[in-house]
Write a protein that binds this ligand. Structure first.
Ligand SMILES: Cc1cc2nc3c(=O)[nH]c(=O)nc-3n(C[C@H](O)[C@H](O)[C@H](O)COP(=O)(O)OP(=O)(O)OC[C@H]3O[C@@H](n4cnc5c(N)ncnc54)[C@H](O)[C@@H]3O)c2cc1C
Length: 417
């Protein structure tokens, strides 16, 4: 399965799925029928990951076809992504600690653990299902939500491997690999997220939800929560939207938000004149083990960047430019960006807000470098995030209660009964 990393392809998939986003989704979404049949879930996550298709696009389409009551489960799942993004945004140290732990965790494996790790990532543990999911992940770059939960649970509690290495394996291979959803879901399975609450994969549940495809033997029979050593951080204040300064600006796109068209109205209202447009051509490394990132992920993200650039070029009637490099770390530095800003005679760089993750880390460094040379960076926070993230202070269930109000604030309604 080769997926096309374009907004057009994502919207086509959304249109195909929307009739099934109502009660059918609620009834069947937990079944993993295998890679040949993904009709019971949307499989939209690779497009949503890059905002080739936005959360708003997805929810709006679902509610045009179904009542909020009928599509509530689907809408909630989309808001899980928003919740995780907000949760990490308020607690960035959780990302920093995870990122810093990957290489030491690999270096610290015993000989036996290293053999177990190698078997796990190549699908040779002998555990039915688990090995199939490892190969599916590497071959396709996607796993059903339940396969992700079972895989993570078996990794942590049966194979007893460090959770950070499992999360990193996912980040290197998932087309939708996302700093918030991935890191926090692994932490949730491990009992670090909802402190003390773990997820135990059982052979019965796997057999039921895979409709008899797998019934693994020898799984752990208990899941004792891991110890995080440090308490959960106190949430920081949520970021506030700041209108961009009026006048001439250059727009820098990045892989975390590739739908510049929907940012254009806010720019116009603020009196912003976009006179130059660019993005890197190459993705940000998703892992400290950058050389081991899947070529599927690199190809998907590279194509997504080109698609986002081209559409933005059409939107702003500009010829899009691109920053090249062996990777985005080479491409996005003051030494490449400053001459571009000077060539267009602008002193302000505008960029979509990048949530906590590798792209954000890069933009933070670039912002410091540019400030030293007299250039300002303005980050455009979408109202979708600005309205929802402040509510990610506690668990998902209080957040979920806010969804009807959040939809009203977004002026998304359903006329269906
Ligand atoms: C261990 C583990 C790791 C995960 N890593 C990622 C990741 O790196 N990136 C990622 O996008 N999701 C991740 N998820 C969440 C979830 O598995 C995927 O978002 C979902 O399977 C994508 O398939 P879909 O598009 O068919 O989802 P659907 O069921 O069709 O849901 C629609 C959309 O809602 C969002 N969504 C659905 N479920 C979740 C969820 N539980 N958490 C967050 N967002 C959700 C996705 O954007 C998805 O495209 C992870 C889950 C687990 C248990």
């Amino acid at each position: 399965m080769t997926l096309d990393a374009t907004r057009a392809a994502g919207l086509a998939r959304l249109a195909d799925f929307v009739p099934r986003a109502g009660r059918a989704y609620a009834a069947e979404r937990n079944l993993d029928r295998g890679p040949q049949d993904r009709t019971n879930v949307s499989a939209l996550s690779p497009w949503v990951r890059h905002r080739l298709v936005t959360e708003r696009d997805v929810v709006e389409a679902a509610l045009q076809r179904h009542s909020l009551d009928a599509a509530s489960k689907f809408v909630q799942e989309v808001y899980w992504r928003t919740y995780w993004k907000g949760w990490l945004e308020l607690r960035p140290s959780v990302w920093t600690r995870y990122s810093a732990a990957v290489e030491p965790a690999l270096a610290g494996l015993s000989v036996a653990q290293r053999a177990s790790f190698d078997a796990a990532v190549t699908g040779r543990t002998g555990i039915e299902g688990f090995d199939d999911w490892a190969r599916e992940l590497v071959d396709i770059g996607y796993l059903h939500n339940h396969a992700r939960m079972w895989f993570a649970s078996i990794w942590i509690f049966t194979l007893r491997l460090p959770w950070q290495l499992g999360a990193d394996f996912f980040m290197r291979h998932l087309l939708d690999g996302d700093p918030a959803s991935n890191t926090l879901s692994w932490r949730w399975v491990a009992g670090l997220q909802t402190v003390g609450k773990t997820y135990l994969a059982t052979a019965q549940n796997i057999e039921f939800a895979t409709e008899g495809r797998f019934r693994p033997r020898g799984l752990a029979t208990q899941a004792i929560a891991l110890d995080d050593e440090v308490p959960l951080p106190t949430p920081l204040p949520a970021p506030q939207p700041e209108p961009p300064p009026a006048g001439r600006v250059a727009l820098l796109l990045h892989e975390d938000d590739l739908h510049a068209e929907s940012l254009a109205p806010a720019l116009a209202v603020a009196g912003v004149d976009v006179v130059a447009l660019a993005s890197p051509t190459v993705p940000e490394p998703r892992s400290a083990l950058a050389d081991a990132v899947s070529p599927l992920v690199t190809a998907f993200t590279t194509r997504a960047l080109a698609d986002g650039r081209d559409r933005a070029g059409a939107q702003f009637a500009l010829v899009p430019e691109a920053f090249d490099g062996s990777d985005a770390l080479d491409a996005l530095t003051a030494s490449t960006v400053v001459p571009w800003l000077q060539a267009h005679n602008v002193t302000t760089l505008v960029t979509p807000y990048a949530p906590v993750g590798a792209v954000r880390d890069r933009l933070d460094r670039l912002t410091v470098e540019l400030a030293a040379e007299g250039f300002a960076v303005s980050r455009l926070l979408r109202s979708w995030d600005a309205q929802a993230w402040p509510h990610a202070t506690r668990g998902f269930f209080p957040f979920r209660e806010r969804i009807p109000a959040l939809l009203r604030e977004q002026q998304i309604h359903s006329n269906q009964r």
